[in-house]
Write a protein that binds this ligand. Structure first.
Ligand SMILES: Cc1cc2nc3c(=O)[nH]c(=O)nc-3n(C[C@H](O)[C@H](O)[C@H](O)COP(=O)(O)OP(=O)(O)OC[C@H]3O[C@@H](n4cnc5c(N)ncnc54)[C@H](O)[C@@H]3O)c2cc1C
Length: 472
């Protein structure tokens, strides 16, 4: 059977694009956090939508499960196969054509394997901003971004990947190509198929291409780091910026003292320019399409108001682009610093801003009481109410042993608090194989059953990324 499959796939792809040797498959079998490792019959590397469609047809005929993979930077194990050795990994990395930049329509049509950073650069060459931006942008791919509905640092102003997507091309579970490559900002023709596939993590179809929105490149950007003493003044500061700067506010990121301690330890060259390790360091960015002076004066005026009303205790405005980039690098390197410190317990959650103060104070108190000495590494896209509320064992305690003994109860404590505050247990990283049980426990029975019905309707043989998102 396995041999049969490989012979038939040889009629679709050149043998150099069918990886079956262990050493060739190895880089595709483990997730970015080294948390999940699987086995695969083969790694398939198609270069066209027609090849993807032919592969999916073959998989449908032979009931072979497919695990789609982009840059393999997902943080929930969604792109990692199971242990059976019977699944195939379908890597989209050879599909990297930019099909068109439509200047009048302000859109870019491109294939799923385009790397996010390359898209930003190609858009900039034509005078456009492609606003999706995240720490993994040098390796993640637009197909993976769409499949996970990635967020990142610009959601506050431009929305998540879903909001940036106007059209999709998808290979369905029976190997048909759905051409939804329309760059329309209005299209009320019944059910929104595009929105079904965005965020479906490879469980409903293979995204092969997309039409994404572009925006004019801002001519002026000002970035500042400010110190706050507590969460309530941080939220008041966000509200002040939202009122005064409105749509010019493009970034509002929070870093706690504990998260910057890890930066000091693992990336000492990225020191926080704010003096005295404040409890909260907030990175704020304003962008403007008009004059350079306008946005700078506005930023200074808001900071002055914030200082006078004691919302902030200190501020540093980046004097040039390279200093602004260094502020962003510090924020983006927290995930890497954490990975170097050890495999902490991660919680990528959203809380309504009005409940954030309560969530943090109550959850911190509960968790510290139950696990004395525990380290809470809390940072995130605060402007979106998105916290990366991560937990590491007390100093000197082995990460593996601590996680093995406490992972489930720690997750449950935090996710119960999330539910009490009407938040979400997955803000931007998705569900993958990591949060299947939690999704079931916290999504609500009706929603969970509806999701299962959609999966059964679109993938009746369950060949697309089985046991990801849902337990089926
Ligand atoms: C350092 C670092 C920082 C990060 N920061 C952020 C952040 O700020 N915000 C954020 O949202 N995420 C962040 N991530 C997570 C990750 O980068 C995103 O989830 C990203 O969108 C994944 O893209 P990828 O191409 O690597 O997808 P992969 O990891 O390859 O796949 C992710 C999921 O999508 C499916 N998939 C991939 N391609 C396709 C396709 N073409 N069709 C159908 N299904 C597909 C896979 O099966 C899997 O379920 C970060 C990751 C790292 C390592």
């Amino acid at each position: 059977m396995n041999q049969d499959f490989l012979i038939q796939v040889g009629a679709i792809l050149d043998s150099k694009y069918v990886l079956t040797e262990d050493a060739d498959k190895a880089p595709y079998l483990t997730d970015w956090r080294n948390r999940f490792t699987g086995r695969a019959l083969a790694v398939l590397l198609p270069s066209t939508s027609a090849e993807v469609a032919a592969i999916v047809k073959l998989c449908a005929n032979t009931k072979t499960a497919i695990v789609p993979q982009g840059g393999n930077t997902g943080l929930c194990g969604g792109a990692t196969p199971d242990q059976s050795g019977k699944q195939v990994i379908l890597s989209l990395k050879r599909m990297k054509q930019i099909r068109e930049i439509d200047v009048a329509n302000q859109t870019i049509s491109l294939e799923a394997g385009c790397i996010l950073q390359t898209i930003q650069e190609k858009a900039a060459e034509k005078g456009f901003l492609f606003p999706l931006s995240l720490g993994a942008e040098g390796s993640c791919m637009i197909g993976g971004n769409l499949a996970t509905n990635a967020g990142g640092t610009n959601v506050l102003r431009y929305g998540s990947t879903r909001d940036l997507c106007l059209g999709l091309e998808v290979v369905t579970a029976n190997g048909e190509i759905w051409n939804g490559m329309k760059g329309l900002r209005k299209d009320n023709t019944g059910y929104d198929l595009r929105d079904l596939y965005v965020g479906s993590e490879g469980t409903l179809g293979i995204i092969t291409a997309a039409v994404m929105k572009l925006y004019p490149l801002p001519i002026s950007q000002w970035t500042t780091l400010v110190a706050t003493q507590d969460i309530s003044s941080t939220i008041a500061l966000l509200n002040l910026f939202q009122q005064r700067a409105t749509s010019l506010l493009t970034g509002f990121e929070m870093m706690t003292k504990e998260s910057l301690t890890l930066i000091d330890k693992h990336f000492p060259q990225m020191a926080n320019p704010l003096k005295g390790s404040p409890p909260f360091t907030i990175l704020i960015e304003l962008s403007d399409h008009e004059s350079e002076d306008h946005v700078k004066q506005l930023l200074e005026a808001i900071l002055e108001e914030a200082l006078e009303s004691e919302l902030i205790t200190d501020a540093v405005i980046a004097s040039n682009l390279s200093q602004a980039n260094s502020f962003w690098h510090m924020r983006e390197h927290i995930t890497l610093a954490q990975a170097q410190e050890g495999a902490n317990l991660k919680h990528d959650i959203t809380i309504p801003l009005s409940a954030l103060d309560r969530f943090i104070s109550e959850t911190d108190a509960l968790i510290k009481a139950k696990y004395p000495g525990i380290r809470i590494i809390n940072f995130g896209h605060l402007g979106d109410g998105n916290l990366h509320y991560n937990v590491a064992p007390p100093e000197g305690v082995d990460f593996k042993a601590f996680n093995a003994a406490n992972e489930k109860p720690v997750h449950e404590l935090i996710y119960s608090q999330v539910e009490l505050c009407n938040g979400s247990i997955s803000a931007e990283h998705g569900v993958g194989q990591l949060k299947i049980d939690e999704l079931r426990a916290h999504k609500g029975e009706v929603a969970h059953e509806l999701m299962k019905s959609i999966k059964k309707a679109l993938d009746p043989q369950n060949i697309l990324n089985p046991r990801k998102v849902l337990s089926i």
